[in-house]
Ligand binder design. Structure first.
Ligand SMILES: C[C@H](O)[C@H](O)[C@H]1CNC2=NC(N)=NC(=O)C2=N1
Length: 126
């Protein structure tokens, strides 16, 4: 099965992003997407399905810089992390209100977060 990614439609004049659907992923889909993401854990908190990951940074500056960069991208996607930060630690939970569980939007945002993490790490070793 090929994984669905951000849908885009191209017309002669422009490429427009189309919002990803908010339908709940099946268990099979969820497992397939999670297998492409490093360290994200599936949790049912008793009320809903979520995915979670904890990140550890050098200090508050690195942690909050990462959060700021992720926030800008999340806002563009109209899909936002639930997160908790103490100094160098950031705990992130992703879920979709509309389906009370996990949708493609959560998987897409997790991917964006991983890409940002990679960029931040790369710049810190330069
Ligand atoms: C109205 C607005 O589009 C919705 O409330 C969006 C905003 N950001 C969101 N973020 C997340 N993580 N889940 C959502 O279901 C969600 N819904």
């Amino acid at each position: 099965m090929s994984l669905r990614t951000t849908a885009s439609v191209t017309s002669a004049s422009s490429t427009q992003k189309v919002p990803l659907p908010v339908v709940a992923l099946t268990e099979t889909e969820r497992k397939r997407y999670l297998s492409t993401l490093s360290g994200w854990k599936f949790v049912n908190d008793g009320k809903r399905d979520v995915i979670q990951k904890s990140f550890l940074f050098e200090d508050f500056n690195e942690a909050f810089g990462f959060m700021t960069r992720v926030a800008m991208q999340a806002e563009k996607m109209d899909h936002h992390p639930e997160w908790f930060n103490v100094y160098d630690k950031v705990d992130i939970t992703l879920s979709t209100h509309e389906c009370n569980g996990l949708s493609l939007r959560d998987m897409e945002l997790a991917k964006v977060i991983e890409i940002q993490l990679g960029k931040d790490k790369a710049s810190s070793v330069m």
